[in-house]
Design a protein around this ligand. Structure first.
Ligand code: AHR
Length: 507
């Protein structure tokens, strides 16, 4: 098709998708590369606090405002013995991590993670190892973390200097157990039984825990769909969330196709929800399994995974340098999450520091924001509230990975107080601006309070150690209100955040 990119969006105050669960804007920390060592933990760094945590990194993590943080993996968890990472540091064993072929010193473990979470203003989401271990170890880990005291495991935690239970509410039952790369991967039958039994045991300790069962590692897995069905058929009564993971990389589809991938994420979410609901239907159950999109990001465009020496300690690996183009795709993925706020309750950007991450650090040196930091921080700040249904009419384009991608991808969120509206808008027309009209129905009179844009004439522009602020959000002018209608021209290939405030309110 097209000609001149344009779109109209209709929103009505009372037509809603649902309220965003704040945990939609979570993160994921794995023992991988320099995520932990020289990322979040670096004793001796000029900005390290008394616990060895980098305060410059903590400040940036707080800016991302991630209410939940998944740990310790990822593939790492499937070979992990949590006991190795607790107790006096000088007595912790050094182990080989077979998942990433590196050496793990265990100088950072569960208790350090919990302490770091408290400082970062986030809540822990722990994963148990169901790859090379099982329900017995999961039970002991839970007792160590969450029981007040008076038992061997809980008293061990107390002796380790943590008198109060960690009270971890959200737990993952393993990681990507369908993947042949996973240590101890299984068939859906095997995993479904194991997950159900582990969940049942964990809920006998505390029925109010929330448990996430592994869905497919990504939508392209040959067992996608059948895996969800079989696993949930075993575990439906015992678990609360089904996990989804997705990473998009720029392939031969070019920029327009790359920008289209978030529409596949929409479909993935809807299909996973359909699988969960099919299991509910079989039982005639009104219960709904919600979704935990606990790994998502763009990945693969830069940052070597190859190790230059055998079994290194915290090597530089997976250090993707993100471009403006990557940030636009991340923006699109955030829109997919927001528009499914009724089903996706947990989301974890994978990962947070150095490893495919919005924050980069240098050992002994600076920390800075990558391009993808900006759309995430904005969505995390202004995406809380009630997501509105959007009726979108947009010009569209075709790409090798899909037909009819609308030029406009958008989500509209009403603030919790109801006095502001945030329009997130991605213009996927790479070389042309997009004329956007948003018609707001049943709202009190609004004014444009703010419009920021992330774009660059060079879509490969990035923030680097040498130039850490090359790409930033820029304020824009020129968005106008005509009664209840917003009119704005979005620049080519741009991520936009437009805030409308009720004219009576003072923001
Ligand atoms: O986030 C990096 C890796 O990607 C995780 O360890 C794994 O779960 C996924 O395949």
């Amino acid at each position: 098709m097209t000609n001149k990119p344009r779109a109209t969006v209709i929103v009505d105050r009372d037509f809603t998708v649902g309220e965003t669960d704040p945990r939609l804007f979570g993160g994921f920390i794995e023992h991988l590369g320099r995520h932990i060592y020289t990322g979040i933990y670096e004793p001796g760094h000029p900005r390290a606090d008394a616990d060895g945590f980098r305060e410059d990194v903590l400040e940036l993590v707080r800016e991302l405002n991630m209410p939940i943080m998944r740990y310790p993996g990822g593939n790492f968890v499937s070979g992990y013995h949590w006991e190795d990472g607790v107790g006096p540091r000088d007595q912790r064993p050094v182990r080989l991590d077979f998942a990433w072929q590196v050496t793990e010193t265990n100088q950072f473990g569960t208790n350090e993670f919990i302490t770091w979470c408290r400082k970062a203003g986030t809540a822990p989401m722990l994963a148990v190892n169901l790859g090379t271990r099982g329900p017995a170890e999961a039970r002991e880990y839970l007792e160590y973390c969450n029981h007040a005291g008076g038992t061997a495991w809980s008293d061990l935690r107390r002796r380790h200097g943590y008198p109060e239970p960690h009270n971890v509410r959200l737990w993952c039952l393993g990681n990507e157990m369908d993947g042949p790369w996973q240590l101890g991967h299984m068939t859906a039958e095997e995993y479904g039984r194991l997950a159900a039994e582990t969940a049942r045991i964990m809920k006998q300790f505390d029925p109010t825990l929330e448990l996430v069962v592994c869905g497919s590692s990504h939508r392209g897995m040959p067992t996608f769909g059948a895996w969800e069905w079989t696993v949930l058929d075993h575990a439906f009564e015992h678990v609360d969330y089904l996990s989804l993971h997705t990473y998009y990389g720029r392939g031969s589809e070019g920029t327009p196709g790359y920008l289209g991938w978030p529409d596949h994420m929409d479909r993935f979410i809807e299909e996973a929800a359909a699988c969960a609901d099919a299991v509910a239907a079989k039982r005639r159950s009104p219960r709904r399994i919600h979704l935990s999109f606990d790994e998502w990001n763009v990945w693969g465009n830069s940052g070597s995974h190859r190790l230059t020496e055998p079994w290194p300690v915290a090597p530089r690996s997976h250090e993707s340098i993100y471009t403006v183009e990557d940030a636009l795709v991340v923006g699109g993925m955030l829109l997919a999450l927001l528009n499914h706020a009724d089903r996706v309750r947990v989301g974890c950007l994978a990962q947070v520091v150095n490893v495919i991450a919005p924050i980069m650090t240098e050992p002994g040196g600076a920390a800075w924001r990558q391009t993808i930091f900006y759309p995430f921080a904005q969505a995390s700040r202004y995406g809380r509230g009630v997501v509105l249904r959007t009726l979108v009419t947009s010009t569209a384009y075709d790409a090798p990975n899909g037909h009819g991608f609308p030029h406009l991808k958008t989500a509209v969120v009403r603030s919790p107080e109801g006095d502001a509206l945030t329009i997130f808008a991605l213009n996927r027309a790479v070389e042309q601006s997009l004329a956007l009209t948003v018609e707001m129905r049943a709202f009190a009179p609004m004014r444009v309070a703010e419009w920021t844009v992330l774009r660059d004439d060079d879509l490969t522009a990035a923030n680097t150690r040498a130039n850490p602020a090359r790409v930033q959000l820029r304020p824009m002018t020129g968005a106008t209100m005509d009664g209840s209608r917003l009119m704005v021209r979005l620049p080519p290939a741009s991520w936009n955040m437009i805030r409308l405030a009720s004219v009576q309110s003072i923001l």
